[in-house]
Write a protein that binds this ligand. Sequence first.
Ligand code: 3PG
Ligand code: MG
Length: 377
Amino acid sequence: MRTLEDLDVEGKRVLVRVDFNVPLDEDGTITDDARIQGALPTLKELREKDARLVLMSHLGRPKGTDPKFSLTPAAQRLSELLGTEVTLAHDLDSVPDGDVVMLENVRFNDGETKNDEELAKRYAALADVYVNDAFGSAHRAHASTEAVAHLLPSAAGRLLEREVATLRGILDEPKRPLVAVVGGAKVTDKIGVLDAFLDRADEILIGGAMCFPFFKAQGHEVGDSLCEEEGVEPAGRVLRAGVDKVHLPVDLVAGREFDADTPTQAIDGVDVPEGWMGLDIGPSTAERYADIIKDAETVFWNGPMGAFELSPFAEGTRVVAEAVAVTAATTVVGGGDSAAALKQFGYAEMVDHVSTGGGASLELVEGKPLPGVEALS
Ligand code: 3PG
Ligand code: MG
């Protein structure tokens, strides 16, 4: 993959694809600016080389132009962080001059998500060279992440470079033992990752509602737990392939409903009674998982252990997050919910690498080619 070492940016106009798809609250306030912070090294380096920047990003999944999905808050936040004015350009056909200009949400443009060549030409016309630093969008073949990369001299920015090197590094040459902690609601989203780790990891720790298809495959009662039916067969296959390394919970915390005020019940074992749903791993499981993480040399974590956003069901995820934070191992956390959990419990600074990509980090770990990366290779 070409990097900034391979691209002449000195004094040039540089089109930079960033992923400023940040979470906003109802008032349009950014609730987590990690993705903007993540792009700063590249943007500062380019500015130090006297480049003028034309930034572009998507936000959300708008259908056409929609002010709810404006990049105005992101442009304001970036302006504060860079200490430079950031001008938001609303019209692709009359982009103002400026040291740092940001195009409005690229998904307002017809053809963006179709990787349209004509749209990519309009982007390319705005600059001399192209830098992609949008790791979080590298799994998308869109006009601003893929097509445009072929139309200008192009390279990866520092964030994209570091994400790819770190995530590939844990697959290609991990210090062992390598422990994969995989959680979340849907096992079908994680089968590719589990397959990759069956080949490579020493231990695989499973939590979250995705453990119920595993339990069902083993013949346990899952009660009213969220249990993806189409996940039962693949979960059974993973279990058979990974008898020596796949760990499942040995106890659970259940509730009547997905609600913080619901009655709760500690279950010693993994059979969930009718009328109850498993919403967290139990304390014995959390302790076992923490022990395995303590002895690891490399840990990859993606997906919470339970409904950590509801306080009665947060403890399993908190204990695992703490173990990931304090272990001496190299720790890499996939984006999305696990990053949010680390932040909620105050451990985000204690992890070696928190990916800015959710889907992108999973696809990379699965060994799938990322179109945004391939286009720079
Ligand atoms: C993300 O948040 O996953 C990336 O920014 C990509 O967004 P998308 O899933 O809407 O393509
Ligand atoms: Mg996504």
